[in-house]
Design a protein around this ligand. Structure first.
Ligand code: TMP
Length: 238
């Protein structure tokens, strides 16, 4: 499988067509942004880690009956994925208060919820990815009622699987963002990536942040945190 025309360049990945119209190649970059692109930087080696981690986690999820876009890892940074039309929703699951949840509702970080919460943002950079509810998503025609129900079911199933997996690595899954896509037959599958860019991952004992918040908040030790979380995943999946 070879890269053909570049279709799109995002903040952290490039996407290429291939000789198979149903497959794409994603190529992970070391570029990092935060606050809708306002803060820019590089996390050396991030692309390699996110590619590997996302692929291994999606493979694990496939084993638990969750359909994903993952097809085949081609190289350190490149992966073949199924071509989907992305549902323009950022689907965020939270187990513990942090980030924009804490800011919006004026609560400290680290409150463990009785049950996980879900929220949607409209995936639209010009508007700054505004928060919306199911009815707004329906009104805007972003997804059907059935699709929203399926996305919620899959997102909570992903949370159950990821929480259990990370717990085995001594890591607490605080929250994360997922994106879903539609196959030509209408089936909803998990797309985009699952990585320290898109998850909050805290050491279960020390609560040390092992994710992109180190970059967002200028905490230092960014590369070391990515390397450490990858090391723990590799150890668990040996
Ligand atoms: P938030 O607390 O800033 O809303 O972030 C919730 C989760 O979503 C967190 O794990 C980081 C992830 N996330 C992304 O993957 N992309 C984004 O653009 C944002 C804002 C958050």
């Amino acid at each position: 499988m070879e890269k053909r025309k570049q279709l799109y360049e995002g903040k952290a990945k490039k996407v290429y067509e291939t000789d198979d119209p149903s497959l794409l190649i994603v190529s992970y970059k070391d570029d990092a942004t935060a606050f809708n692109g306002l803060k820019k930087g590089t996390i050396v080696g991030k692309g390699v880690i996110n590619n590997r981690m996302s692929n291994r986690l999606m493979k694990m999820l496939e084993g638990k009956g969750i359909p994903t876009h993952f097809v085949e890892e081609l190289s350190e940074r490149d992966t073949v994925v199924r071509r989907v039309s992305i549902v323009p929703l950022e689907v965020i699951i939270r187990n513990i208060s942090a980030g924009s949840f804490s800011k919006r509702y004026g609560v400290e970080e680290g409150i463990v919820f009785k049950k996980p919460t879900i929220e949607f943002s409209y995936k639209n950079d010009e508007l700054g990815d505004p928060l919306l509810n199911d009815d707004h998503a329906l009104a805007l025609g972003l997804a059907t009622e059935e699709e929203i129900a399926e996305i919620k079911r899959l997102a909570f199933a992903v949370n159950d699987a990821l929480r259990e997996f990370w717990a085995g690595c001594g890591v607490t899954l605080v929250d994360f963002k997922l994106e879903f896509g539609r196959l030509p037959d209408g089936k909803i599958i998990l797309a985009d990536e699952i990585s320290p860019d898109t998850c909050r991952l805290w050491d279960s004992e020390t609560k040390e942040k092992l994710d992109k918040d180190r970059f967002r908040r200028d905490l230092g030790g960014v590369e070391d945190a990515y390397a450490e979380i990858m090391r723990r995943l590799n150890e668990a999946m040996k």
